[in-house]
Design a protein around this ligand. Structure first.
Ligand code: GDP
Ligand code: MG
Length: 162
């Protein structure tokens, strides 16, 4: 069976956009409304001749009722089943309380984590990406999932983690 790379993070940070970028198709549902991807969805993917399974997850809201709780559980399951995790943060927003709660869960999981600073569409946002060193997950990888900026370097790092 192929190694599993899970994409997690709170709603609207660009997880599904990144998944589409990596698989080279537009299958993952991208929405301006947060929380649209409700369940785990797996896609076959490949980078540098290595094949792996890429898992998109719903956004993460901790301790909220209803559908969001189910979404959080799906993300938790995805981390459990993953060999490595791409943890996506919106660099233009910076780290939120929700992000920090996810960080604690990722730490507890013991899984290798690659920190993704998304929405770095241009050099003006690079400094915001660097601020994410404060999450304590090592180097933030600045990317624009929308435009493809930095995604090659990110995938190189992900293959090292996998
Ligand atoms: P998800 O909820 O984490 O899966 O986020 P989506 O992939 O659905 O994206 C949420 C919104 O962010 C959409 O409007 C995307 O077009 C937008 N978005 C995603 N990646 C980027 C990016 O790199 N730059 C910018 N400017 N917007 C992005
Ligand atoms: Mg999504």
């Amino acid at each position: 069976t192929l190694p599993v790379l899970a994409v997690v993070g709170r709603p609207n940070v660009g997880k599904s956009t990144l998944v589409n970028r990596i698989i080279g198709r537009r299958e993952a549902v991208v929405e301006d409304n947060p929380g649209v991807t409700r369940d785990r969805v797996s896609y076959p993917a490949e980078w540098s001749g290595r094949r792996f399974t890429l898992v998109d997850t719903g956004g993460w809201e901790v301790d909220v009722a209803g559908i969001h709780k189910r979404v959080a559980q799906q993300a938790e399951v995805a981390i459990e089943l993953a060999d490595a995790v791409l943890f996506v943060v919106d660099a233009t927003v910076g780290s939120t309380d929700t992000d920090e709660q996810v960080v604690r869960l990722l730490r507890r999981s013991g899984k290798p984590v690659v920190l993704v600073a998304n929405k770095v569409d241009g050099p003006a946002v690079e400094a915001d990406a660097s601020a994410l060193w404060s999450l304590g997950l090592g180097q933030p990888h600045p990317i624009s999932a929308l435009h493809g900026r930095g995604t090659g370097d990110l995938l190189d790092a992900a293959m090292d983690a996998l």
